[in-house]
Design a protein around this ligand. Sequence first.
Ligand code: HEM
Ligand SMILES: *[C@@H]1O[C@H](CO)[C@@H](O)[C@H](O)[C@H]1NC(C)=O
Length: 511
Amino acid sequence: MSPLFLLFSTIILSTILYNLLFKNRNKGTRPLPPGPKGWPILGNLPQLGTKPHQSLYAIAKNYGPLMYLKFGSVDVIVASSNHVASQFLKTHDAIFSNRPPNSGAEHIAYNYQDMVFAPYGSRWRALRKICALHLFSAKALDDFRPIRQAEVMSMAKEVYLQGKEGAAVNLGQATYVCAMDALSRATVGWKIFGEGKEASEFKAMVVELMQLAGVFNVGDFVKGLAWMDLQGVVGKMKKLHKRYDVFFDSLIEARRTGKNKGEGKDLLSVLLNFQGEGGDFEEGKLSDVDIKALMLNLFTAGTDTSSSTVEWALAELIRHPDVLQRAQEELDSVVGRNRIVTEQDLPNLPVFQAITKEVFRLHPSTPLSLPRMADNACEIDGYHIPKNATLLVNVWAIAKDPAVWKDPLRFDPGRFLPGGSHAHADLKGNDFELIPFGAGRRICAGMSLGLRMVQIMSATLIHAFDWNLPDGQTPDKLDMEEAYGLTLQRAVPLVACPVPRLEPVAYEMAN
Ligand code: HEM
Ligand SMILES: *[C@@H]1O[C@H](CO)[C@@H](O)[C@H](O)[C@H]1NC(C)=O
């Protein structure tokens, strides 16, 4: 027998054997969902491009709302319709309550010791409970309302002063400082930024974190290549982690030495008091690392998400002056022109509320949500979902599904007003066609605060100012390109000139 014949017969025999052994074993199980063919070793990773949510949206147009992909050796399931998302995040939410292992959690988030990446279990539950109780509950939100209001006032005043000089304002920056100072006063009891350089430095750290976390790191999916750190991501993560760690150490130190006495019931004082107890934590108590990891979550997940949403909102309104005018008329009739809008006014502003929803629909600040992982195999819509598969919910694509949204790319807040096609849709994880905060057990922990901050910041900027674009730019030419990252940044920051439209006394009230 020739060696070639031997080789062929071996291949044929082993194919038959393989089919007998493994296909039969799979008998009764369902097929995997459809999906595009991948490359050897890397699988579909090279097809993600620079904006994965957009690439996956395009791929789903060919393969449907439930797709199977392979990133390296990892099974990946992508959900791109409200129906499919609800199967995962509602019907089977219990199976998908963990997040997959990843280098960001390891190298930045204190090796999974934070809340965002904590394994689903008692520790995670305890962290969420502390935050819910002391930051996000209706009571906590009420307690900290004066703080938020003061920070929004101070933003308005700052913008007013710049407007009086005819200066242009970087809106992402102004709202970032506001979101951060409001949050930091509630969490660590002092304003992390006055104004200026320090703020842009910390914002750059948050944006870098979101960029790094948004990279699909080859080493996470092809274990054999991890040591090479091909994209240099892990190296950057370790460096960035150091900078955060130093910063959080200094915050804790300032409190312990009494340099920062805080403003009363901030979260840090609660956590430090709690340190002797708390059996759910490592070594039976809450450690400094637990506290730092939680601060890291709050200061990163809670600032840039809110501020960039406001930036998108203003950009849309500048592009749609008719909608801006309608919102201003509503604000004028409810609030008047002698004072700045407050949180108590928000429920009385249906047009403004509809605008907020439309902004979250078109520009969800976490377009691919945060990944989940299948603890067990399951079946969805007749397809087999393998154990350990990573689940990506394309929140961005779902909100643009033409089967659900008429004219999906059009900015049309009217769809959320009485008589509109989605008059009753809410943002809070119940209506799966609109889930900017995710849904299910792992839904955004800070949703109540995030929503509040986005609304009060944008309402204030809309009510208190008209907006012109500098250098003769026309609104229709405003660049709406998205940049890369876990969060949805504008590729070109929005810079606009504010024109005060309230009585001067309204701006004087700001402290
Ligand atoms: C515009 C504002 C915000 C948006 C759009 C947003 C969006 C999200 C999304 C999509 C998730 C993943 C949910 C899932 O897996 O289903 C998430 C998780 C999370 N968010 Fe937010 N977020 C915002 C504001 C905030 C704020 C203000 C905070 C805290 C100060 C915060 C803290 C968190 C935390 C801790 C998690 C992880 C929850 C867990 O794993 O249990 N977020 N957020
Ligand atoms: C899933 O992952 C766990 C932990 O890494 C591993 O022990 C197990 O064999 C994996 N199961 C499957 C079916 O891939």
